[in-house]
Design a protein around this ligand. Sequence first.
Ligand code: FE
Length: 234
Amino acid sequence: MNIEAYFKLTYGLYIIATKLNDKRNGYIANTAFQVTAEPSQIAISCSKDNYTCLMIRQSGIFSISILSQDASAEIIGLFGYNTGEKLDKFKSISFTESKTGSPIVTEDCIAWFDCKVNQQIDVGSHILFIASIEENELIDHISKPLTYAYYHEVKKGRAPKNAPTYIDESKFSTKEQSKATPSTKHKCLACGYVYDADEGDSESGISPDTSFEELPEDWICPTCGSSKDVFEAI
Ligand code: FE
């Protein structure tokens, strides 16, 4: 089995959200795809360990918001690397409510779909939800959608462990592992982003050859928005 072949599959990145009773919740998925055009149906694959998954099983509704390529590290961190069990992820972001009742994230997103579940298929670790599209909207026709490849290569992010496409890093090729030099690299324990002192962090204005210790105390992970204390030397 060649793990690197999996990297050749292409994906987008989406915020999936639902509402059950008065509780709103959502997470970031990289699997959402249209399965039929007539009637218009869409499918998502959601981990059973994901709190939103448990909620969708009961609510039977969800929304899909397509993230913009310029989406902030904060919104990716909020929805991608936190559980909504005790946290209200909708407290500080812009959203609207759909016809079905699902919250729809509009911040940093370029289009959305409001969906009603038709079928739930148990595929082991995940549930495949197949849903009809009740309503949709294009918010921004100029910005590009964020793809998983861009997130991985440019924003240096990795799939969270609940993603259907998550790959255990210990299975990476030795070629990739050998790039690590313990004294200059620090890894974000929340999302897997690696700060490389040789490269710095151009998005935050940090020049190359800035050691992790020299980073300002308010510097945050450019991928998920976590603070410096979530990092460890590798
Ligand atoms: Fe991070």
